[in-house]
Design a protein around this ligand. Structure first.
Ligand SMILES: N[C@@H](CCC(=O)N[C@@H](CS)C(=O)NCC(=O)O)C(=O)O
Length: 331
């Protein structure tokens, strides 16, 4: 009994020590002037083609004509916690992507990067007409925000906060090819134990069963209802001008924030369910217009093959009538 207690205590202390010494820690988003890091190119983007926040920054850079070196960082969904590698934690101690390194200075958090690219570097761009971000674009950039500490907290006010919940089924499919040792490393080093615990559960139970776990199911359903409300607001905003973009024919940063929301809804199998053409003609026209922009190619080029495979597998589960997944995705 006493031996067991001592072993338990020693394990807790060791994990605490490892986390403190090697784990992620919380730092404030923005430009990290004091945290210069080695670099080769003027602009280096540490990102992952599956990451919602990374995609936003990739589009912003591409739209502003800023050439950058793409540094792929693995997420647990794409195989391992590359975000928790020591080299990466020196760039972003939060252990989250994306991070932009500009001449050796890291800028962390996607919205900070988008603002930096738009307001600080706008003059380098061929397409930037001015450095002020119009209010309507600010509004949707904010609505698409994903909070670093509690990404799903603001479901009622932020369409971005609905994204993690709606991606849970896709995450669960992707977990099936991830090793337990990779997940354990997350348990020891990650800032947000809840995120890691979901992945462990998904790995253990499989996608079909994990979506029946009550709190998970509730979260997905709440996110689904909330996203419909945000999309209705967006449809109304789009109706206020001739389109196809938020403020008319001129593309802006709010448009790129929304385009990655659409992409995620599509790859996670929700787009036609929560945003049918019949009810949301302007939102669908908006998405169509965004996908034909040249900047979209940057997302296509970085799209990881295993995401496409997992999305296909999820689609099969969701359309096979006798599965729990089909029940979740019913109209
Ligand atoms: N507010 C941050 C959120 C960053 C964030 O949550 N990034 C996700 C990918 S979209 C991530 O790095 N996840 C890794 C993990 O949780 O292990 C931003 O906008 O950059």
């Amino acid at each position: 009994m006493i031996t067991g207690f001592v072993i338990f205590l020693a394990s807790l202390i060791s994990i605490g020590f490892v986390r403190h010494r090697y784990g992620a820690r919380r730092v404030i988003a923005g430009v990290r002037h004091g945290g210069r890091v080695p670099h080769e190119a003027e602009f280096e983007l540490y990102a992952n083609g599956f990451s919602h926040c990374s995609r936003k920054t990739m589009l912003a850079l591409a739209e502003h004509g800023i050439a950058f070196t793409y540094r792929h960082v693995d997420l647990i969904e794409t195989g391992r916690y590359g975000t928790l590698d020591q080299d990466y934690l020196r760039i972003n101690p939060n252990g989250l992507i994306p991070a932009l390194v500009h001449s050796g200075v890291p800028i962390i958090d996607s919205d900070e990067i988008v603002n930096y690219v738009t307001t600080q570097l706008g003059s380098q761009s061929e397409s930037a007409n001015g450095l002020e971000i119009p209010e309507r674009h600010q509004f949707w950039l904010e609505k698409c925000r994903l909070d670093s500490l509690d990404p799903m907290e603001a479901i009622g006010t932020h369409i971005g906060a609905c994204i993690p919940g709606l991606t849970l089924p896709l995450f669960a499919v992707m977990m099936q090819s991830v090793s337990f040792s990779a997940l354990l490393r997350g348990l020891a080093l990650h800032n947000d134990g809840k995120r890691v615990m979901f992945f462990v559960m998904a790995r253990l139970l499989g996608p079909e069963r994990v979506v029946t776990v009550k709190p998970i199911r509730t979260l997905i359903e709440r996110s689904r209802s909330a996203v419909a409300v945000h999309l209705r607001e967006l449809e109304r905003h789009l109706a206020e001008n001739e389109g196809p973009y938020l403020t008319g024919s001129e593309f802006g940063i709010g448009d790129s924030a929304l385009s990655v929301v659409y992409l995620r809804l599509e790859e996670a199998g929700w787009l036609d369910l929560v945003c049918p053409h019949s009810e949301f003609p302007l939102v669908r026209k908006h998405y169509d217009a965004l996908r034909t922009r040249r900047s979209w190619e940057v997302l296509v080029d970085a799209y990881p093959a295993r995401v496409a495979e997992a999305a296909g597998r999820l689609g099969e589960l969701a359309t096979n009538k006798n599965t729990q997944m089909a029940d979740l995705y019913r109209l």
